[in-house]
Design a protein around this ligand. Structure first.
Ligand code: ADP
Length: 236
């Protein structure tokens, strides 16, 4: 669950009196939702994501994520809180010197999962993203789309409550972008909330669902749109 109450973020750049990146934002995303966030450059998308991961704190207002009041979260609780989030980035952020299997296993070892659990979980999530046969490859041997699928497997491996995907299709061939969103939709159907920032309106139009449009630091639109892809399936 995500809730923002009267959130303002003001960056003090010290020169021009600062920037109002978010203005009085009120937002609620329930468990199990799939949400697209769009908006022009400078609209406040990154700022919003940084609030959700508690990289930054609001200038005023309150942010709640997965039952944590982030204004009151003690630093020693930060790692536990962050474990309830899975992150996916535009540039994949895989470790180039580790195999696909090891990239996923690594994050599970960090959170002290047992060897037995890791031996079961890694093949499970790699099969989910249809990369079971690439477990021994290194990231550099994979296409962009495949690397992003590894990143999705890695994010999902820790069983987060929310997956935050920051322009996950930004570095991928357009035709493979649909596959990435399909995978995120599959993960969402397992119960994980997915929040995806994107510039690609064609994807949003195709898949539909809840769309939040940020403009100049405010929520300009927050509603459900019908997906054209659904219509295509229905016609067939
Ligand atoms: P988006 O991700 O939608 O492009 P951002 O959240 O990055 O938007 O930025 C929102 C506004 O805040 C922009 O005007 C941007 O220039 C400004 N901004 C972002 N980060 C900082 C920062 N660290 N210091 C000063 N201004 C910032």
């Amino acid at each position: 669950m995500v809730e923002l109450k009267n959130v303002d973020v003001h960056y003090d750049d010290g020169v021009k009196g600062g920037v109002d990146a978010l203005n009085d934002v009120n937002l609620r995303i329930n468990d199990g939702e799939f949400v697209f966030i769009v908006g022009n450059s400078g609209a406040g998308k990154s700022t919003l994501l940084k609030l959700l991961t508690r990289e930054i704190q609001p200038t005023s207002g309150r942010v709640f994520v997965n039952g944590y009041n982030l204004s009151k979260l003690r630093n020693r609780k930060l790692p536990t809180f962050r474990r309830s989030l899975g992150m996916i980035f535009q540039d994949f952020r895989l470790i180039p010197t580790l195999t696909v299997y090891e990239n996923v296993a690594f994050v599970l070892r960090v959170i002290d999962k047992s060897k037995k659990y890791i031996r079961q979980r890694v093949p499970y999530v790699l099969n989910l993203v249809k990369l079971g046969d690439k477990a021994k490859c290194y990231p550099g041997q994979l296409s962009g789309g495949e690397q992003q699928r590894v990143a999705i497997a890695r994010a999902f491996a820790c069983d987060p409550k929310i997956i935050i995907a920051d322009e996950p299709t930004g570095n991928i061939d357009p035709e493979l972008s649909y596959e990435i969103v399909e995978l995120l939709k599959d993960i969402n159907e397992c119960g994980t909330t997915v929040i995806m920032v994107t510039h690609e309106h064609n994807l949003v139009k195709y898949f539909g669902g809840r769309l939040i449009n940020l403009r100049d630091g405010s929520v300009a639109y927050d509603n459900y749109i019908e997906g054209e892809g659904d219509e295509i399936y229905e016609d067939e």
